[in-house]
Design a protein around this ligand. Structure first.
Ligand SMILES: [Fe+2]
Ligand SMILES: [Fe+2]
Length: 312
């Protein structure tokens, strides 16, 4: 198996407790061994890395699970540690969120994976007060690899932020929105990797396959016990469009629930702002401009509110 590397937020490392694994620093496209597993890890060493501008270190795939478990087990401590910046805390939470999504993708028939997503959102809140925090966090996702996991986490973070700002959503509603957004593309499990990562145009047959993913995702989640109508609609209806041209049900205007209308705006924006095999990432401003050009696809008031927040 080819070696791959996972980024770890530097500030999440407590030298005394961090597992004895090889740690790498990324320089350009190369990964240089910073500390081998038998060497002691020291606070002063980590400080030197911080001073040279390093925010992430990397571990290789042989130790990624062990390190992830360490981060998960220390999440409470990391989030309450005043020495760790808000941005670092948000990145650690994003990392765990991506992993929760990955676990559902790996075990889509196990109800526990879905429950874990919900419990994570119940227990941990992202520390995002304003646009600057939000944009800074979304920009840091470029450190991570797997498109669908980081896309899902980005959509969840943005959807929860917009619902808090626009409708003061909180509690169980916000958790349901987060779960729906985290899992909105779970039906892509049914779409082969080749189709998903294809750089050219899809054949009609491939396109048909992709169009099934909201329904497949919805049915999959129902089968493992997801019942919240907010989450389920965010999965089933995230490709519906305000002017009735979406799929799978061709819902029109306010037939699409409010949470889902916000979710679709977030979904489109987060997809546009990430590199894809068939096009490079748009900047936030470009993405809003592209969406402005097809504004009839979105609820006009929600789109304006969203654009106002993104453009600052
Ligand atoms: Fe989708
Ligand atoms: Fe999506």
């Amino acid at each position: 198996m080819a070696k791959s590397y996972s980024p770890i937020v530097l500030d999440s490392i407590e030298p005394e407790y961090f597992p004895a694994v090889n740690i790498y620093v990324k320089q350009g496209h190369n990964f240089t061994l910073y500390r081998s597993e038998e060497m002691e890890l020291t606070e002063s060493g980590l400080d030197r890395l911080r001073q040279s501008g390093v925010e992430f270190v990397h571990v290789d795939n042989s130790s990624a699970d062990e390190v992830l478990l360490y981060v998960e087990n220390n999440l409470k401590f990391i989030c309450s540690n005043e020495k760790i910046s808000r941005t670092s805390k948000n990145m650690v939470l994003s990392h765990i969120m991506m992993n929760n999504v990955a676990e559902v993708f790996k075990n889509p028939t196990q109800p526990e994976t879905c429950i874990k997503c919900r419990n994570f959102l119940k227990q941990h809140e992202f520390l995002i007060d304003d646009r600057r925090d939000l944009m800074e966090l979304l920009a840091k996702f470029s450190h991570y690899d797997v498109y669908l996991f980081k896309h899902s986490a980005q959509v969840a973070i943005l959807a929860m932020y917009l619902h808090r700002k626009l409708f003061e959503a909180a509690g169980d509603e916000l958790v349901a929105i987060g779960v729906g957004a985290m899992l909105h593309d779970i039906g892509m499990l049914d779409v082969s990797y080749d189709i998903h990562e294809k750089s050219g145009a899809l054949t009609p047959k491939e396109y048909l396959r992709v169009r099934h993913h909201p329904r497949i995702g919805h049915d999959m989640l129902r089968q493992i016990g997801l019942t919240d109508p907010i989450s389920l609609s965010m999965v089933l209806d995230h490709h519906e469009r305000y002017n009735g041209t979406g799929y799978p049900r061709q819902l029109y205007e306010d037939e699409i629930p409010r949470n889902t209308q916000i979710g679709t705006i977030c979904d489109t924006y987060c997809a546009l702002t990430m590199d894809r095999p068939y096009r490079p990432a748009s900047t936030p401003e470009e993405a809003v401009r592209i969406m402005q050009g097809e504004k009839k696809l979105y609820h006009p008031d929600f789109f304006d509110a969203f654009a106002g927040i993104i453009m600052g």
